[in-house]
Design a protein around this ligand. Structure first.
Ligand SMILES: Cc1cc2nc3c(=O)[nH]c(=O)nc-3n(C[C@H](O)[C@H](O)[C@H](O)COP(=O)(O)OP(=O)(O)OC[C@H]3O[C@@H](n4cnc5c(N)ncnc54)[C@H](O)[C@@H]3O)c2cc1C
Length: 392
């Protein structure tokens, strides 16, 4: 079976590695960017315990490499901007593995390394055609405009992310749902004086900061704040130091040292902030009568609240690899994955409750200590199939 992967990001790289030595399978991958480049959205990333469990069980060498290059994510706390603690969870209470914190570019580098020999970079998918026996042929364009039609594939896999060209070509345009929340991301390269370490969140009204330290003395600060309406654009005045300061500084009383530190970094780095709006796209797993398989964001772009985008892309790559290696097809991947993905998407949106206008961040954060929420977290972080389940 010939498998062509479009997009060698998180899901594409993991799938390619999982299939490298699968008997009877030839796998080749293509990416539009040069090997060391990352989309400009990337700064820091927390990858959930569930993806680390999946890597540990199925790709132990990759697990060890990724863990060695990252800091452990072992705790999640939620404070008010004043410093009042609302929630403090050691992840070991709900997970079998620690998560990780690392730079986005580092994750890409580590996942792409083992599949460099079968990946061609600098080639962008622009069309698909069929060969004489009905296999799909990707049409790939280089930076100089030259077009390549490498060969026909029995299965084309979309690992080309949120704005997947393969999904648009094979299944038509996708309409994202916006949820009226602006998202900011900032990398602070020199953060030796950062007054916290592991994953924390701080609320000022419905505006929320999320931050943690990264390897190499850096820190990552993500912000989120409500917009005027679900579909509203981010107003230009939000992109100023004064706005960012006011957003997270309590109206009465002082900001706690952590929030004061982040507010200074946001104000100083306002021109380096990456901007996005909270959005998700409908789940679609296959197209082209089973000849196209969608993975990661190409299949199910989700809200980033629980840090599950790249995490689920890793699970997708692992499970799809196990299914395809034993002779399954795109529909079998859907059967293995989509109930869980549906749960993760609903839970991620549910956990966004405290950021919506009018919601009470204190009551919402306290509710996350309740058994119902913790049981869902446990399901999220541990419910990963073992290799032997695929041979039954
Ligand atoms: C604000 C925000 C914060 C986030 N934080 C987290 C977090 O903390 N933890 C987490 O787990 N997730 C997080 N995510 C989500 C995460 O970034 C994505 O879910 C993840 O990168 C998806 O992986 P993927 O493999 O599907 O696609 P990507 O990683 O996006 O990879 C797509 C690849 O396809 C290539 N490509 C694109 N188009 C083409 C084309 N036409 N032809 C050839 N190649 C192409 C790209 O160059 C890229 O290499 C966040 C997302 C946002 C927006």
């Amino acid at each position: 079976m010939r498998i062509g992967i479009i997009g060698c990001g998180v899901a594409g790289s993991v799938l390619a590695e999982r299939l490298l030595r699968a008997p009877g399978i030839t796998v080749e991958a293509y990416d539009r960017l040069p090997p060391d480049a990352v989309e400009d959205s990337g700064t820091g990333l927390n990858v959930g315990p569930n993806a680390m469990k999946a890597l540990r069980l199925h790709l132990p060498a990759r697990h060890d490499a990724v863990r060695a290059a990252s800091l452990p994510w072992t705790r999640w706390f939620i404070d008010l901007a004043s410093g009042r603690r609302l929630f403090d969870l050691p992840l070991a209470e709900v997970a079998e593995d620690a998560g990780i914190r690392l730079r986005w570019s580092e994750l890409y580098r580590l996942l792409r390394a083992p599949v460099a020999g079968i990946t061609r970079f600098g080639l962008e998918l622009v069309a698909i055609e069929e060969d004489a026996v009905g296999r799909l042929v990707p049409v790939l364009q280089a930076a100089d405009g030259a077009r390549l039609r490498p060969r026909g594939y029995d299965l084309l896999v979309a690992g080309d992310g949120r704005y997947s060209a393969l999904r648009a070509l094979a299944a038509g345009p996708t309409t994202p749902s916006f949820h009226g929340i602006a998202m900011t991301r900032l990398l602070v390269p020199e953060a030796a004086d950062c007054p916290y370490d592991d994953y924390g969140q701080w609320f000022n009204g419905n505006a929320r900061l999320l931050s943690y330290r990264l390897p190499g003395g850096a820190a990552y600060i993500a912000g989120g704040f409500p917009l005027a309406a679900p579909e509203a654009e981010i107003p230009p005045e939000a992109r100023t130091a004064a706005f960012q300061r006011a957003l997270y500084t309590p109206e009465t009383g002082a900001a706690c040292p952590a929030v004061a530190w982040m507010v200074e970094r946001l104000a100083a780095g306002v021109d380096s902030i990456h901007w996005a709006r909270l959005q998700e796209a409908p789940l679609q797993r296959t197209a082209g009568a089973g000849r196209v398989l969608f993975l990661g964001d190409a299949a199910h772009a989700m809200v980033p609240t629980l840090g599950q985008g790249a995490t689920q892309a890793i699970e997708d790559g692992i499970v799809a690899g196990a299914v395809l290696a034993r002779g399954g097809g795109a529909e079998d991947v859907a059967a293995w994955r989509d109930t869980r993905v549906g749960f993760v998407r609903r839970f991620s949106l549910e956990a966004t409750d405290t950021m919506f206008p009018g919601a009470d961040p204190v009551a919402g954060s306290l509710a996350k200590r309740e058994p119902e929420f913790l049981a869902k977290l446990r399901r999220l972080y541990t419910d990963v199939p073992r290799p032997e389940e695929f041979s039954q």
